[in-house]
Design a protein around this ligand. Sequence first.
Ligand code: ADP
Ligand code: MG
Length: 237
Amino acid sequence: MQEEMQRAVKMNAISELAASIAHEVRNPLTVVKGFLQLMEKDEQGKKKEYFSIALSEMKRAEEIINDYLNFAKPQMVSSKTLEVNQVLSEIINILTPYSLKENVELTFASTKELFINVDRNQFKQVLINLIKNAIEATPKNGNVHVDLKKDRTLVKITISDTGEGMSAEQLAKIGTLFYSTKEQGTGLGTMVSFRIIEDMGGTLRFESKLQQGTSVTIILPLVQIVQNEKAIKNNCS
Ligand code: ADP
Ligand code: MG
């Protein structure tokens, strides 16, 4: 019953989300427009400064849209069987330059031949949101470790960081609309991730200790491809 109520509250929040996002994106876009107009005039040779402000505001708008992506395009969801290791490797490759820039070591311990049935883009979105958060929370010379393994009939992905961690109060707010402790944060990433993983029939769990680090666990049902294929083969012969 309490879960149902929580879900109703969440759905209500989601329906309010669209308007909020439009509003959020409009702010940086207005700034960009203003600076482009200034550049057009460029009276005191300040083009470079204006350009850099416009660019960083564009980046902000892009981030809001990226975090929001999965609410904006729910109709495009299509689940397919995919190998987790392959998608995770791809995401690690995408995020490695970012972690290098932040001086955070990004490591990956993988298990091959584990299959899940999910929408590829949504799954990638969740991984990017969570690994990016881990990197952002971790100070220089820290480590973010991604671990993929099988746990009976489940796939278990753990993202652990040696970052700032969260207090019990902060931990309780994780995944609520617009909750962010970052100056440029959207507070959408974890909320979107919770929704996507739940829709995939999985669970998402955060564990954290202040000043020690955070560990995020994604659990998804395993698709037993090899056994199914064997069964089909046996039935045919
Ligand atoms: P944003 O990253 O834009 O702030 P998120 O929804 O992705 O929004 O995250 C919400 C908040 O949760 C963050 O601002 C941060 O305070 C907290 N958080 C998320 N992941 C971690 C982590 N790995 N370590 C510490 N805090 C985290
Ligand atoms: Mg985030």
